[in-house]
Design a binder for this molecule. Structure first.
Ligand code: SF4
Length: 450
């Protein structure tokens, strides 16, 4: 049993450590909001904290080991300060639940991916009862999926907004449906309200988040789909820019493609994970589209919105991938010419279907394929960036450049980073910038007076 935390008027200090994806970043923000209502202020040094919240991710490899080694390091802190509270949330918490409490006797609370919405309430229960606990989303005691939240002042001009949670797709390599549950969409009124509040705190760009945003709306009482949500955001808020991630190719509708041409604030960038160029591998991954269907959708989208930038994800070395299959992936990247690509070598995730596939690809072969793919894509990305030279782009200024001293930085609608001379006071403004040089990861520009 943990010692009760002394209640005093002094603000309590919260340290948050987040592993993994943007969904987790967003959940950590929600946790900060809820705990702020209980008097917790964020601190940057873990040693000064009264409460440590660890938000975990199982999408990347070695997740469990990372969590175990992080928690192992907290033992000394808890011994030095028995009133310290330690909470673990996120996907690893959802997967391991009680096992984490059993292994780390100084851990106070384990909250699953949906229970995180009730963290304030759960923490109070622990405070009052002095009993540790694991609350997972199949316990039926973790509260609603989404709760309206007070908005914290945003540190930047871009803010994430979750529009849905979970996923129904069951791709063979993915842990998300198991740990985040079935897909559930948030009501449009709540999303619009959150965006309006963000605008009031200075946010200019929202990033709509979900595992598969373009299936948004299924199961809601109000009939609406993702294209409908985008149109409502444009009509009912004044947000300057909208981005979203992630999309599943099978759910990319013509109506959504039309939004890119119709809606000014919708950034001309689509991240559309293809994962492989071989139909055999796509079928084994349970992606439910063929490489031909993917190519057709991209061609149609480019006809509708020629200025669209396209990025994607690829997994190499998926179980059963032959040299011929890999060759088809190389052909696909040659045909599509993505603006950028996030590529990974396949590795088993616990409790996924693919982890049980027998025909694993030899590690050296997979590593060689990844190097080949990344080398070719780097050349394509550079060529595409060089083609930007001389163009005039609208850049939303994000603040001082970390890469170039004395410069400011921002992004084009197509999500390219541009560094240029300008005052930091321009942060949050959209400026016309002439591109004068291009590199692999960024562009260089000058503010245009034209
Ligand atoms: S679409 Fe597939 S990869 Fe994406 S979250 Fe759902 S199951 Fe995972």
């Amino acid at each position: 049993m943990s010692e009760p935390l002394l209640h005093s008027c002094a603000p309590r200090r919260l340290y948050v450590q987040t592993f993994g994806c943007q969904m987790n970043e967003y959940d950590s923000l929600q946790v900060q909001r809820q705990l702020a209502a209980l008097g917790y202020q964020p601190v940057e040094e873990m040693n000064r904290a009264d409460l440590i919240f660890l938000n975990t991710c199982s999408v990347r490899g070695k997740a469990e080991q990372k969590v175990h080694s992080f928690l192992g390091r907290l033992r000394r802190l808890k011994e030095a300060n028995p009133a310290l509270r330690i909470i673990v949330g996120g996907c690893v918490a959802q997967q391991l639940g009680q096992k984490l409490l059993d292994r780390f006797e100084y851990l106070d609370l384990v909250v699953g991916t949906r229970a995180v919405n009730s963290i304030g309430q759960l923490l109070q229960q622990v405070e009052e009862s002095g009993r540790r606990g694991a609350f997972l989303h199949d316990d039926g005691n973790c509260g609603p999926v989404f709760q309206p939240q007070e908005i914290l002042p945003q540190p930047g001009i871009t803010a994430p907004v979750t529009i849905m949670q979970g996923c129904n797709n069951h791709c063979a390599y993915c842990i998300v449906p198991a740990v985040r549950g079935a897909e559930r969409s948030r009501r449009p009124g709540e999303i619009l309200e959150e965006i309006r509040l963000l605008e009031l705190s200075g946010v200019r760009e929202v990033l709509l988040l979900g595992q598969n945003v373009n299936s948004y709306g299924r199961g809601l009482e109000e009939p609406i789909d993702f294209a409908g949500l985008l149109r409502r955001i444009v009509a009912e808020t004044r947000v300057a820019r909208i981005r979203f991630t992630t999309s599943h190719p099978k759910d990319l509708t013509e109506d959504l493609m039309n939004c890119f041409a119709e809606l000014g604030p919708l950034c001309k960038h689509l991240h559309l994970p293809v994962q492989a160029g071989s139909d055999t591998i796509l079928a084994r991954m349970n992606r439910r589209y063929t490489a031909g269907e993917y190519r057709e959708k991209v061609a149609r989208l480019r006809r509708i919105c020629p200025q669209i930038a396209l990025t994607s994800d690829i997994i190499v070395g998926f179980p059963g991938e032959t040299e011929e299959d890999f060759g088809k992936t190389m052909e696909l990247i040659e045909d599509i010419r993505f603006d950028n690509l996030f590529s990974f070598r396949y590795s088993d995730r616990p409790n996924t279907r693919a982890s049980g596939f027998a025909d694993k690809v030899d590690g050296q072969a997979a590593a060689r394929r990844l190097v080949e793919l990344q080398g070719r894509q780097a050349a394509i990305t550079l060529e595409k960036n060089l083609a930007e030279t001389g163009s005039l782009r609208e850049v939303l200024v994000e603040g001082p450049s970390k890469a170039s001293h004395g410069q400011i930085t921002g992004r084009t609608s197509q999500n390219r980073i541009v560094n240029f001379e300008g005052p930091v006071s321009a942060t949050g403004k959209i400026l016309p910038v002439r591109i004068v040089a291009a590199y692999l990861h960024s562009l260089k520009g000058t503010v245009s007076s034209e």
